[in-house]
Every structure is written in C-alpha cells, then in structure tokens.
Design a protein. Structure first.
Length: 329
C-alpha cells in the first residue's frame, strides 16, 4: 500500500495551474519568484501536470526544485495525456495563454502511463514522483468517451500504478478529477491511496461531496487533496467559477453573504475557504495555485490564522454551509 505520509507541513501546497499560464502569461522569471516565495514561506507540497501549459508548468517546477533536497518536499504530477512536439501552427487551441508547442492525446493504457511518468521525470529532472494522479478521466473532459477511457484505465492505468507503487517507483496514486463519479468508480475497482478532488468541495459548494464522496473515501481508507478550493478564484472575487466564465445562479449572492459575515469576525474569504476544507478529516491538503508572490503570502497567512468557532455556527444557522459539513472545532 501507500508509502506516502502527508504531514502537517504539507497541508497547504502550491498548485501548478497558474504557472502553466492558465489565467495570464506568467513568465519564467515570475514563475521562479512564485516558487521561491512558496519555498521561503515553508510550502513543501507541489502539484502540477504535463497538461498545464502543455508541459510548461512541469518544466518550471523542475527548474526550481532541481537543487533542493529531494526528501524535503512532496511532489505530485499526473498521467492521462501524452504529448508530442509540433510546429507552432499545429498547437491546438486550449485554455493556456502561452503554452509550449505540443499536441496531445488522452491515453490511459499501461504503456501510456509508464511513458507519461518517464516523460515527467525527464522534464522535472526529479528522481521520483511522490503521487501520480490519473488526470481528467471524467465526463467534463472526455465527454461520451468516459466509459471507453474508464475501461482502458481499469485494464491499464489502475494496475500499472499499483505495481509501480509496490515497486517503490512512486509512493501513491489516485484520481485527479473535477467530478465525484470517477473517484467512486476507481475505488470500486482498484486500490488508490489518495485522490485530488477539484471543484467539488469548497466553502461555496460541497453538499454532494458530503453526501456521496466523503463516506466512500472514508470507508475505502482513501485520503483527499483539494484542488480549486477557491472555485478557481471565485471565492477570492474573480469573475470566473470552476475555470469557466459562467457563474452559477445564486452563487455571487452566497459568496457576498459569507463575505459580510467574515468581516464581522475579522477574517476573510480565503482564510475561511482554507479552514473549511482542512476541517474535513478526509482532506489532508489544499493546493491553491498562485499567479503572484502576494497570493502565496496571502495563502500562507490564511493557513496560519484562526477563525472563531462562532463564525462557523453563524454560517450554518444562516444556511450558508451544509449542516452535515465538518467545520473547525
């Protein structure tokens, strides 16, 4: 089974989506400053994917971490797409502002997973990867090919990742997805250790996860890491929700009401968002991304802050968080 233990110092990680130029064209120099700030403030948990910036984010993390003691940090990346270098004119349209010149295809076979891990080790120049997540094997990403790819993963990715874990090549594996169903499907047919659940459990939206995801992972002994715990910046006031420009009906009002209550208790939305997720015993970490050193500082400050218990009681009494949700004691 898993050789990974996430400690208290790994509770707050740094996600690699912004460093892959998701929201703005962050330069190499800016990315290294963000990573240096995170390291200097004690962050020792880093998550990326070859998908982010079409391999750009992975390379940037590798450049930063190459002279660090490998035992001093936890590093996760993802499998599920293979990348081929192409001329600039052949780069497919994606969400990335300034990606590298690669095309990609979804593949969840055993051979594809091995190749993906080899490529990631080469790009990052690391000796090993702590956690490998099977990325975007969910209907929001692969559409009606979900069943096809899930079958591919059951015969390929799931088995080979368990073998690589048992051989010590990786320490742990699981799903890295924006939906609940793929995690449930994986638990039913394999033995993952830890899953990255993005967009499904935040202070604004968590009812479905409380009812369906948390009981399943608890029973299976699987831990969770929270991705997009700020709903890709919406919690912080950005005009986007879960990486899209469409804001769900009523969500802006809900955010504004919670924000009003944060002021009353001398706290803020980011602090509340972090502490809400980490109060859930199934979540061992939250990995917000950062587009600037100021965002890293803000995240660390929030993580180290405390919020009065009465704040959570008020949110529940106002019906702003689910009454079954775990909150800080």
């Amino acid at each position: 089974m898993s050789g990974i233990v996430l400690k208290k110092e790994h509770e707050l990680g740094l996600g690699g989506v912004p460093i892959g130029t998701a929201f703005e064209d962050i330069t190499d120099d800016q990315s290294q400053k963000i990573l240096q700030e995170a390291w200097g403030l004690g962050i020792r948990h880093y998550d990326t994917s070859p998908w982010y910036g079409l391999t750009k984010s992975e390379r940037r993390f590798g450049e930063f971490l190459k002279d660090k003691n490998r035992e001093d940090f936890v590093f996760s990346t993802k499998v599920g797409r293979l990348f081929t270098e192409v001329p600039e004119s052949d780069v497919p349209p994606t969400m990335w502002k300034n990606p590298l010149h690669f095309d990609f295809k979804h593949m969840y076979t055993a051979d594809a997973v091995k190749k993906s891990i080899e490529d990631s080790l080469e790009r990052t120049r690391l000796d090993y990867i702590d956690i490998v997540y099977i990325h975007d094997l969910s209907e929001d990403q692969v559409g009606d090919r979900y069943d096809y790819y899930m079958k591919q993963a059951k015969g390929g990715a799931f088995k080979v990742l368990s073998e690589l874990r048992d051989e010590g090549v990786i320490k742990a594996w699981g799903m890295g997805v924006n939906k609940i169903e793929p995690i449930l499907d994986c638990i039913e047919s394999a033995d993952p250790d830890i899953c990255l659940s993005a967009t499904q459990y935040s202070i604004l939206e968590h009812e479905d996860a409380v009812d369906r995801l948390l009981p399943a992972v608890k029973k299976a002994g699987v831990k969770l890491v929270s991705g997009a715990g700020y709903n890709s910046g919406f919690v912080a006031g950005r005009d986007r929700y879960n990486y899209k420009d469409v804001i769900p009906k009523g969500m802006t009002e809900k955010r504004d009401k919670i924000e009003e209550i944060t002021k009353k208790y001398d706290t803020d939305m980011i602090t509340a968002a972090i502490h809400f997720v980490l109060a859930c015993e199934e979540f061992v970490a939250i990995i917000p991304g950062a587009s600037s050193t100021d965002q890293v500082k803000s995240n660390v400050k929030s993580w180290r802050s405390e919020i009065p218990v009465d704040f959570w009681k008020e949110l529940k009494s106002e019906g702003l968080i689910y009454d079954k949700a775990q909150t800080p004691a």
